[in-house]
Design a protein around this ligand. Structure first.
Ligand code: UDX
Length: 480
């Protein structure tokens, strides 16, 4: 964006992970001066040299455009903190052994910021954190001798989905700001003014998305505690929706109904909404599993029984197992079977494999003696760190190479590329035309009419064991 009228604010973002890097690029995009800090020297060098450590739509464009101009990368937190009016903390909050969020990185950064403060700053928690974190950050800063009137702590949770994080940031449903003073909330309002005023959407070279100049996003101002809870509750609710539809899918499967119809029917009720009602092999990723556990832990700590979230987690685990059993029902035995796998990341459109249900299923299959040929458009390098290539795990460079002479093909995430496969080619590439689709990417009638034995999630006939005659006497492979 160029020539906007809004005030340019100097922002420091601590942490260059998914959240920190996307926020940095997007703050620069809406006209602010951004200093992105990370203590990983190698990563900072990569970012300074034009490297892009994550797969994220539009991120390369934004980094190329703003790096060296409005956006700089450094390891020097002290200088960055001193230069900034607002300091966003976007460091990791991994899950501890008890399920609670491990806040030691936030604690360490807060202390270091405190030692650098020499003028008024707003310190903003951007990482997903439990309620009361704001309070703790304030205490840490005060303990380091910073006078109360020299800082405020605010909460500004992010609602970015991996793969579409840039668009989610620049075209959000809402912006949540938790702040206790006008001084802090005014600064945050000024930071987001290019979005909330609609000005950004009028710019010719804006990143495209659903928001328009006359339909800018609302900014919801709350207490810091409410903002913290909004983040956890949003993710826990979305995870609950997914587990709910997965159980409904299992009912559909048993009853002979199609869960896609049921999802559509439920979703048309505006009180429910159509999103996050796609049945599959369970949710994964860096947020939902961790945040559901952390929110459950928060509930426990404040003496509230949130057994519902236990169920959400249990259903999610069971969903992976059910899919695995479905593969077994199609193949009878596993040892020595050649299985093609499409998708390793926790969903399509990202290279992130954290808590990926796909990797979980692949690991189970390897444990049973299967030989896997796997393809993912972006996640291969990361997947190799968890499952190194070997006699049972081959990484290949196309969906057809994964299917080549396989006893079955499994679809484990929802890359758009998979929906556009040449199904006839897939049919003659497979040894047996069995496709077991954990993401319901194809229409069962089409697949059956093409001669596939097609199993998916929550669609008619799928609770029946596969008829071995129809599978192993499937239409003869066509000549290539
Ligand atoms: C999520 C939240 O959506 C985002 O607001 C938050 O800031 C971070 O966590 P993300 O982890 O990137 O984002 O992925 P998301 O698109 O929400 O999907 C999470 C998981 O749920 C994936 O494994 C996905 O495949 C699965 N999912 C999603 C379903 O199984 N069904 C659905 O209908 C939607």
């Amino acid at each position: 964006m160029t020539n906007h009228k809004a005030e340019s604010i100097t922002i420091t973002v601590v942490g260059s992970g998914y959240v920190g890097l996307v926020a940095s690029a997007c703050f620069a995009e809406i006209g602010h001066r951004v200093i992105c800090v990370d203590n990983d020297e190698a990563k900072v060098r990569t970012l300074q040299a034009g490297g892009i450590p994550i797969h994220e739509d539009f991120l390369p464009e934004l980094l190329n455009q703003h790096r060296g101009g409005k956006l700089e990368f450094t390891t020097d937190l002290r200088a960055a903190a001193q230069a900034a009016q607002a300091i966003f903390i976007a460091v990791g909050t991994p899950q501890s052994r008890t399920g609670s969020a491990d806040l030691s990185f936030v604690d360490a950064v807060a202390s270091e910021i405190a030692r650098s403060i020499d003028s008024y700053k707003v310190i903003v928690e951007k990482s997903t954190v439990p309620v009361y974190t704001n309070e703790w950050i304030r205490r840490v800063i005060e303990r380091n001798g910073v006078p109360k009137d020299l800082f405020d702590v605010a909460s500004n949770p992010e609602f970015l989905r991996e793969g579409t994080a840039v668009v989610d940031f620049l075209h959000p449903d809402r912006i949540v700001v938790g702040a206790a003073t006008d001084r802090a909330s005014d600064l945050l309002k000024a930071i987001y003014a290019p979005l909330t005023s609609g000005e950004y959407y009028a710019a010719g070279n804006r990143i495209p998305g659903p928001r328009q100049q006359d339909e800018p996003p609302p900014l919801l101002l709350t207490s810091t505690k409410a903002a913290e809870i909004i983040k956890h509750a949003s993710n826990a609710f979305l995870a609950t929706k997914i587990s709910f539809i997965n159980v409904v899918a299992n009912i559909c499967e048993a009853a002979g109904a199609d869960v896609e119809d049921v999802s559509r029917g439920i979703g048309m009720d505006s009180r429910i909404g159509s999103k996050f009602l796609r049945a599959g092999i369970g949710y994964g990723g860096s947020c939902f599993p961790k945040d559901v556990a952390a929110f459950r832990n928060v509930a426990e700590l404040v003496g509230v029984d949130f057994g519902l979230l236990h169920e959400v987690e249990r259903i999610n685990e069971e969903q992976k197992l059910r899919f695995f059993q479905k593969v077994r029902s199609a193949l009878w035995t596993f040892r020595g079977k050649k299985i093609g796998v499409l998708g390793l990341a926790f969903k399509g459109g990202t290279d992130d494999i954290r808590e990926s249900p796909a990797l979980d299923i692949v690991q189970r299959l390897i444990g049973e003696g299967c030989l896997i040929s796997a393809y993912d458009p972006a996640a291969e390098e990361r997947a190799k760190e968890t499952i190194p290539p070997g006699p049972q795990m081959r990484y290949v460079d196309s969906p057809y190479a994964a299917a080549q002479d396989a006893d079955a093909l499994l679809i484990l995430n929802d890359w758009k590329e998979f929906c556009e496969l040449d199904l006839e080619r897939l049919h003659y590439t497979l040894r047996y035309p069995i496709v077991i689709d954990g993401r319901n990417l194809f229409d069962p009638t089409t697949m059956t009419s093409l001669g596939f034995t097609y199993l998916s999630v929550g669609r008619p006939g799928l609770s029946q064991p596969v008829d071995p005659i129809s599978v192993f006497h499937a239409p003869k492979k066509k000549e290539r």
